[in-house]
Design a protein around this ligand. Structure first.
Ligand code: PLP
Length: 439
């Protein structure tokens, strides 16, 4: 006797990042199809996807060229490993194309399937690098509170959100979390943004002095924190901290899993904030989420040291069955081709001012503590934290998908292809939802 999808879900599915107890009564929210920036449920009810899935469907849901790129690669070579020097054209060409557009100096691409795997890989590369350089005691990773770097064991430890830690016995000894760069939440009374950034830089200096620079491998940061509450760094933050890291020989890892591929109107968040990373991770919009793929880009210096160490050891002992999966790489190459042909970055820059203007109007609501954003990403931090979940639910009733994150903030992060009139549609729905919870 076939069951309904809902019954099958309730009986057998195990949902990630879900209140599983509440799910038993609420049941699944089943999505059946997608078109442009909209998705639809089984009954054909349409929702404007104001979150691009999970910050990832940059080119929307019905891009035929991505479908065709995947189909063609599936029909030609659906799988090929990349262990032991095995290679294929989609993987090697994608590495070449990423090196051509990456922040200065990042010349090598290691592929994995998710952002978490990419960040775990970045940490392992930093450790291996320091072993290769004769400094094996450099093991500590500096991260920030409210950061989100994923949920595998290492990346969850890097993440600075308590809800990702509770119950899991994570090995957090290798991580030191610094203050979140969250001006409205962390600034002292009367402190300007620049003073706040200076204080965060002093904290970094003091932490390095306390731990000893010779024990610190790397510092990891999202250019704009995403799941931790869409937090933009305070004015001057990255300009202040980078010289400190450089002075102490600490590697800088940029987590561009959300900000990479145009979210801020630049190809990388690193460009927007003058960040010169030694290692950079990206995922999500790299394939517009049509396939799971992530990349870790490293500098030539890091690659050379790791290559020499692997020679001494007999192999570089890290990698995944699906590293450089050919179908995912073929889709990513098509994404990059579409970005260039359609000037997706130019489009983001053209519509972002309207997006941010409409955001600012929403921020005038007395329910909102702060509306902040950049490019096509935004966060509405609510005065009453419980309003974040209420606003997400009210938005859904208006046919708009938003996401409550970090307990108090509603994130807005639509597909990059959103038009100006669709931005109006998004914010009209959000305004109605806000009005609904005000009563
Ligand atoms: N890093 C950042 C900045 C993210 O936002 C995410 C996911 O949202 C990750 C890493 C983890 O990516 P994944 O869920 O693909 O493992």
């Amino acid at each position: 006797m076939p069951t309904t999808p809902r019954a099958a879900d309730l009986a057998h599915a195990f949902h990630p990042q879900t209140n599983l107890a509440a799910h038993e009564s609420a049941g699944p929210f089943l999505i059946a199809r997608g078109e442009g920036i909209f998705v639809a449920d089984e009954d054909g009810r349409r929702f404007l996807d104001g979150m691009a899935g999970l910050w990832c469907t940059g080119l929307g849901y019905s891009e035929p060229r991505l479908v065709e790129a995947a189909r063609h690669q599936l029909a030609t070579l659906p799988y090929c490993q990349s262990f032991a020097s095995r290679a294929h054209e989609p993987g090697t060409r994608l590495a070449e194309e990423l090196a051509a557009i990456a922040p200065a100096g990042l010349t090598r691409a290691f592929f994995a399937s998710s952002g978490s795997e990419a960040n775990d890989t970045a940490i392992k590369l930093a450790w291996y690098y320091w072993v290769a350089r004769g400094a094996p005691e450099r093991t500590t990773i500096l991260a920030r509170k409210r950061a989100y770097h994923g949920t595998t064991i290492a990346s969850a430890s890097l993440t600075g959100l308590p809800i990702m830690h509770g119950g899991f016995h994570l090995p957090q000894g290798f991580v030191r979390h610094l203050t979140a760069p969250h001006f409205v939440g962390e600034a002292q009374p009367g402190e300007t943004e620049t003073e706040f950034a200076n204080r965060l830089a002093s904290e970094l200096e003091e932490t390095i002095a306390e731990l000893g620079p010779e024990t610190i491998a790397a510092f990891i940061a999202e250019p704009v924190i995403g799941a931790g509450g869409v937090i933009l760094p305070p004015e001057g933050y990255f300009d202040r901290i980078q010289p400190i890291l450089r002075r102490h020989g600490i590697l800088l890892i940029a987590d561009e899993v959300i900000t990479g591929l145009g979210r801020l109107g630049t190809m990388w968040g690193c460009e927007a904030f003058r960040i010169r990373p030694d290692i950079m991770t990206c995922a999500k919009m790299l394939t517009s989420a049509y396939q799971p793929l992530s990349a870790v880009l490293v500098s030539d210096d890091i690659y050379r040291s790791i290559a020499e160490e692997s020679g001494r050891r007999g192999s570089f002992g890290h990698g995944f069955t699906y590293s450089a999966h050919p179908v995912a790489c073929a889709v990513a190459r098509e994404v990059l081709a579409i970005y260039a042909e359609r000037d997706i970055l130019g489009h983001v820059r053209a519509v972002a001012p309207h997006f941010q203007h409409r955001l600012a109007l929403l921020g005038q609501s007395p329910l909102v503590r702060e509306a902040r954003g950049m490019g096509l990403i935004a966060g509405l931090e609510m005065r009453a934290p419980s309003d974040a979940a209420r606003l997400e639910a009210a938005a859904r009733a208006e046919g708009l998908l938003l996401r409550a994150v970090a307990g108090d903030t509603v994130a807005i992060c639509p597909p990059l292809i959103i038009s100006e009139s669709e931005i109006d549609d998004l914010f009209d729905r959000a305004a109605r939802a806000l009005a609904a919870i005000a009563h």
